[in-house]
Structure formats: structure tokens, C-alpha cells
Design a protein around this ligand. Structure first.
Ligand code: GDG
Length: 463
């Protein structure tokens, strides 16, 4: 029996908090719940000494296999190389980028540790699916330890153009490490093209045969746009509508139109520009004053990285400033909630909203955009205002597409969304829902697993 073994930096056990935010966790959990298998990764705890034994917990069809990490290792590998070197580069945000050699060294050591801990759990018929930029070298570590099972890699962020990637002194090593995989997957054709260009056009150096283990050609690379469980979002949105905190939120609108944003607190999500664009909406279209309310939910993430603390303070300051300028005795324009909500409540909030604001300055895909559409009432749907720089914009062409850097343009988009006639809202929503159904979470998982199974057949035929 073929088992799916998924590996990601962080494992999101359902018991570990229904409120945990993050696209990878949401997507992978949905895929594993359907297929079953093993999910291996970090348990969220840091320790002073060496990490202890892997702990195993079975929940329904999933076995969660988790390990601690040493405190300093975590700081260098996670806050350092992963989130201060790779994340900004993948999002073309070089102002946030910094490189330290010892952080990269630790990144490799943690990948080697993951490989050592995973090895005893593997079975001959497994297919292995590695997730995201924290774990690029994992396949070469596993290959060196003798693993011949097919291994795939999926990148949840954008893959940057080679000219941006080149700011990383170790970019060749990372590209070689990606060649140790059988299958490499991306969200959009643009990411795929950047990856292929980087592999083909650059002299990335010889690829060690020990890293390839029976592979004679470059990895199969393709586009696998991540999706959502459309029915589950819809059901949650409908069933949770009567919950106390949802009704309280609606009561406080006093009949005003609702704009909503839900994002991890991350500079890539374009929240500062979004706040300023909302102020521009009130400035440029004064009829909206006292008639619209904007709720922004933004739970803190990566609080060990300074840039994330700074943006949090900046948003608090801005919300205060905008509210101070525009608020009335009975109206607060922005409600900024720096905390997480449970998933059912989020879906119900989406359904109540007239406009969904998804305006990242760069995003691999963006699941919030898809969840917002899925949660709407098809008879009276809200409108999505979506950044052209999010992967989701490649599929959701019927959203109101904006450039997040253009504040007047975003304000125009918000106004267009707020004043869109019912018939047009319905048509746009209907077309986007069809796309969501076609590229849903099952399609994503099935296509990737099929690619891994095909890789296994190729290996058997060529051996
Ligand atoms: C990465 C890529 C790509 C948010 N706040 C709360 C909460 N969330 C949930 C959302 C959504 C998920 O977290 C966020 O997913 P996104 O896709 O929007 O963004 P990232 O976390 O940056 O995800 C991204 C994704 O991976 C998948 O490949 O799309 O481009 O950056 O599901 O609903 N969930 C709960 N409470 C919150 O307060 N429960």
C-alpha cells in the first residue's frame, strides 16, 4: 500500500489549535485528511540541548510525527536563513533581505537532522512530498542516506526570477539541491518558467550522483495551483452564521457595508498600503464616509523576526491615525484585530462581507482570496478586490484586479466593488466558483501524487 509521507517545517496538529493561520498548514491538512498518511516536521517547541525522540500521534487517517528543535538552531535556520534570506527573495522584497553564512550552515544542518529523524519512519512503497522553502536540501540529504523512493517538492511561495535569486551567494547550491527531487511543483506558470530558466541558463555546477540516486534526467517540473475544499468553506460559512461573535460583529455594522481583510501579519501581504488605500477611498469618494466599515484580522506570525514586529507597530499607528482623522461619534472606519479567529468564524465573516480585500505586494497563491469567494451567498455575493501580484490573480480574472502599489487605483477598485450591480456580482462570482471547483484541493493533491507515482514507474523501468 502506497503511503503519502508529507514533510513541512511546522506540523499543524488539529488538536494544536484550530486557530492556527497559514496557507501551507490549511492546504496540507486538507490534502492529508483526504488521502491519509504521515506528516513529519517540527512540533513548535524549542529546547536548550539536543532534540528528543520523534513523537508519533495518530489522528484519524493521519500519523503526526514531530520533533523539537534546538533553540539556537531554530533562530538561525527559521528566523534567519528561511525567513530573512529566502522569504524576502522569493517575494522580490530585497529591502527585507539579509544573508549570514552561519544561518545558511544551520539551515543545512537542520535539513540533515530532519532527514536522519525521518529515515527510520520510511517504508519501501512510500512516496515523499516535501513542502516549502525551509526544506529545499532535504531530498539530497535523504538521497545521501540511501533513500530511493520518489521525492517531490512543492514551493508555496513564488519562485523568483534568476536575477533576483542571484543576490543569494548560495543560489547554485539551492538549485542543485532542487535537482535531487523527482518532481518539483509551483503555483503558477510564471514560477515554473523562472525555475526552468534558472536551471537551464545558469551554470549551476555538477550535480553529485549521490544526490540523484538513480535519476538520469532533471526533475519533472510543473504547475500545481493549490486550491481549497469549496464545499467545506461554504458549509462552515452557512452553519456558523448564527454564532454569537458573528451576530455581534454584524450588529455593530449598523447596516453599513463591510470590507474585510484576513492575513497573517506579514509585510508581503501589503497591509500598510491597504490601510492607506482605504484612507484614500474615504478621501476620494467621501460618500463612503460613515457608510462603510473595514475589519482587518491579522494574527501575528514569525514574531522572532524584527520586521514582523515593526509592521505590527506601524499598523497600530496607522489605524489610530486614520480612525482619528475620519471617525465620527457613531462610526469607527477601521477595526484592526491583531489576533486569530477560528476557521468557522472566519468563513462566516467572509459571507457577511460586501468586499474582500486581498492586496499582497507578492503572494505565491493566496488562499484567503479563494476562501472568500467560496464562502459567499451565490444569490447575493460579495466582491473580491485582488492584487495582480498574487498567484490567485492568474485564475481569478473576474475579481476586481488592482496593483497594490497604486493607492488611488486600489481606492478606485474598492469603490467599484462597493457599487457593483447585483447581476454583475452574480456573474463574476459564478465564473470564479467554477474555477475554484476545477482547481480544488483534491485536484492539487491528486495531480501531485500522480506525478510522484509516474516518477516511481520511470525509476522502475530504468533500473
Ligand atoms: C503560503 C503562501 C499560498 C489566516 N488568519 C487566520 C487563519 N488564516 C488562514 C486563512 C488561509 C491561510 O491562513 C492563509 O493562507 P494564504 O494562502 O492566504 O497565505 P500564507 O499563509 O502566506 O500561505 C501563499 C499558501 O502558502 C498555500 O500554498 O497560497 O501564497 O504565502 O487559509 O484562512 N485561519 C484561522 N484563523 C486566523 O485568524 N483559523
Amino acid at each position: 500500500m502506497t503511503r503519502l509521507v508529507a514533510i513541512s517545517n511546522r506540523v499543524a496538529r488539529p488538536s494544536g489549535g484550530a486557530k492556527s493561520a497559514g496557507g501551507l498548514a490549511v492546504g496540507l491538512l486538507a490534502a492529508l485528511e483526504e488521502h491519509g498518511g504521515v506528516w513529519f516536521g517540527w512540533n513548535g517547541r524549542t529546547v536548550d540541548g539536543e532534540p528528543g525522540d520523534v513523537s508519533l500521534e495518530e489522528v484519524g487517517p493521519i500519523t503526526f510525527a514531530t520533533t523539537d528543535l534546538n533553540k539556537l538552531s531554530y533562530e538561525l535556520y527559521y528566523n534567519g536563513f528561511s525567513n530573512t534570506s529566502l522569504w524576502p527573495i522569493c517575494h522580490y522584497l530585497l529591502g527585507f533581505y539579509r544573508y549570514e553564512r552561519r544561518e545558511f550552515d544551520e539551515y543545512r544542518r537542520v535539513n540533515a537532522l530532519f532527514a536522519r529523524k525521518l529515515l527510520p519512519l520510511l517504508q519501501p512503497d512510500d512516496i515523499i512530498w516535501v513542502h516549502d522553502y525551509h526544506l529545499i536540501p532535504l531530498a539530497s540529504e535523504l538521497r545521501r542516506a540511501g533513500v530511493t523512493q520518489p521525492i517531490g517538492f512543492f514551493l508555496h511561495t513564488p519562485f523568483p526570477d534568476i536575477e533576483v535569486l542571484r543576490v543569494l551567494p548560495v543560489y547554485r547550491q539551492l538549485l542543485r539541491a532542487l535537482c535531487a527531487y523527482d518532481v518539483v511543483g509551483f503555483h503558477t506558470p510564471r514560477d515554473l518558467k523562472c525555475f526552468r530558466d534558472a536551471i537551464e541558463e545558469r551554470d549551476i555546477g555538477g550535480i553529485d550522483n549521490a544526490d540523484r540516486r538513480g535519476l538520469s534526467r532533471p526533475p519533472v517540473s510543473d504547475v500545481f495551483p493549490i486550491g481549497i475544499d469549496v464545499d467545506a468553506c461554504q458549509t462552515l460559512a452557512v452553519e456558523t452564521g448564527e454564532k454569537d461573535n458573528v451576530r455581534r460583529m454584524v450588529r455593530h455594522l449598523h447596516g453599513r457595508e463591510l470590507l474585510i481583510g484576513v492575513d497573517r501579519l506579514d509585510y508581503s501581504k501589503g497591509l500598510v498600503s491597504r490601510f492607506l488605500s482605504f484612507a484614500r477611498l474615504l478621501e476620494n469618494y467621501p460618500a463612503n464616509r460613515n457608510h462603510v466599515s473595514y475589519i482587518q484580522i491579522a494574527p501575528t506570525t514569525r514574531s522572532g523576526v524584527r520586521a514582523y514586529l515593526e509592521i505590527r507597530e506601524e499598523l497600530e499607528r496607522l489605524a489610530g491615525k486614520i480612525n482619528g482623522r475620519f471617525a465620527d461619534v457613531d462610526w469607527v472606519p477601521i477595526r484592526y484585530l491583531n489576533r486569530a479567529f477560528d476557521r468557522p468564524t472566519l468563513m462566516a465573516f467572509f459571507r457577511e462581507a460586501n468586499v474582500g480585500l486581498v492586496t499582497p505586494v507578492r503572494d505565491g497563491m493566496n488562499l484567503v482570496a479563494k476562501e472568500f469567494i467560496a464562502a459567499q451567498d451565490p444569490e447575493d455575493p460579495g466582491v473580491l478586490v485582488l492584487s495582480e501580484l498574487a498567484g490567485a490573480a492568474q485564475e481569478l480574472r473576474d475579481a476586481v484586479l488592482i496593483n497594490p502599489y497604486d493607492r488611488d487605483g486600489v481606492a478606485d477598485g474598492m469603490h467599484q466593488a462597493l457599487s457593483m450591480p447585483l447581476e454583475e456580482r452574480r456573474e463574476r462570482h459564478q465564473r470564479m466558483l467554477e474555477i475554484l471547483r476545477r482547481n480544488d484541493i483534491t485536484a492539487w493533491r491528486t495531480r501531485f501524487i500522480d506525478a510522484l507515482l509516474a516518477a516511481r514507474r520511470d525509476r522502475t523501468n530504468s533500473s
